[in-house]
Design a protein around this ligand. Structure first.
Ligand SMILES: [Zn+2]
Length: 119
């Protein structure tokens, strides 16, 4: 094999590994440190807050505040309660808006038909 070919192969392998590494690497918050949304103290991002950041959250809580929050949550309400209430409220408004548009779209040709029939 010619040295040029070898160099080319090596470069291709390095590029491939770099691309795979980038794909495999999870997105991390831009800063390793955040200000706790509750007590205001600076805290390091951990897996939980990094995951929250990837989910689009902008407010993070330090480990101590998170633990306090968990303890303040009633066991049955935890997770499902808030999520259900949120999805229900957003779902309802979303559906009504969607239905309104659909009704309008359905009425438009009907109105045109009626107007045409009346003429
Ligand atoms: Zn805190």
């Amino acid at each position: 094999m010619k040295p040029e070919t070898l160099m080319g192969v090596a470069a291709a392998v390095v590029a491939l590994v770099a691309v795979l590494g980038l794909l495999k690497q999870k997105r991390q918050p831009p800063s390793r440190i955040f200000k706790c949304g509750r007590c205001g103290s600076a805290a390091h991002h951990n897996d939980r807050t990094s995951e929250a950041w990837r989910n689009g959250k902008t407010r993070f809580f330090c480990q101590a505040c998170h633990r306090q929050w968990l303890q303040s949550q009633p066991p049955l309400e935890r997770g499902s309660g808030n999520a259900r209430r949120d999805s229900m409220s957003t779902g309802r408004t979303g559906n009504s808006g969607c239905l309104g548009v659909l009704a309008l779209l359905a009425l438009l040709p009907l109105g045109g038909l009626l107007a045409w029939a009346c003429l």
